[in-house]
Design a protein around this ligand. Structure first.
Ligand code: 5GP
Ligand code: ZN
Length: 113
């Protein structure tokens, strides 16, 4: 069982922002900024290491980048935003289906952590 696979399949409700054949993008349930949207490949990869070592990983990563741009446009983030990927336990990843946080709608500090 994977939480984000269930969200992608509509078994668990979510607030959709954008979707195509490769990605599903929805608002984070606990936003840390006015805009906090998750960009999630529809194919299950555990994390970016899993993506990097999969034949299809590069295709999905290209689609992730395009989807991030779409989400930023939909959310009106013309002046910038931040993209975060937490990888593995020490990287703070809590849902083991790779995803990219698109965070914005506020002036973010130059400090990353
Ligand atoms: P991670 O810590 O793995 O990088 O990020 C997981 C994110 O998923 C967290 O920001 C968390 O708030 C979000 N999240 C966890 N469960 C749900 C859920 O059921 N629905 C939505 N929309 N977001 C969730
Ligand atoms: Zn999954």
């Amino acid at each position: 069982m994977c939480l984000f696979c269930d969200i992608i399949e509509g078994k668990i409700p979510s607030t959709k922002v954008y979707e195509n054949d490769y990605v599903y993008c929805f608002d984070d349930i606990k936003p840390v900024a006015p805009v906090h949207t998750l960009v999630v490949p529809k194919k299950h990869f555990d994390d970016i290491r899993d993506m990097a070592n999969s034949e299809e990983g590069s295709k999905y990563m290209g689609e992730v980048i395009k989807a991030i741009d779409e989400v930023a446009k939909i959310k009106g983030l013309e002046t910038g935003f931040r993209v975060i990927n937490n990888c593995g336990a020490d990287g703070g990843q809590t849902v083991m289906h790779v995803h990219y946080h698109v965070i914005g709608g506020i002036k973010l500090t130059e400090k990353m952590i």
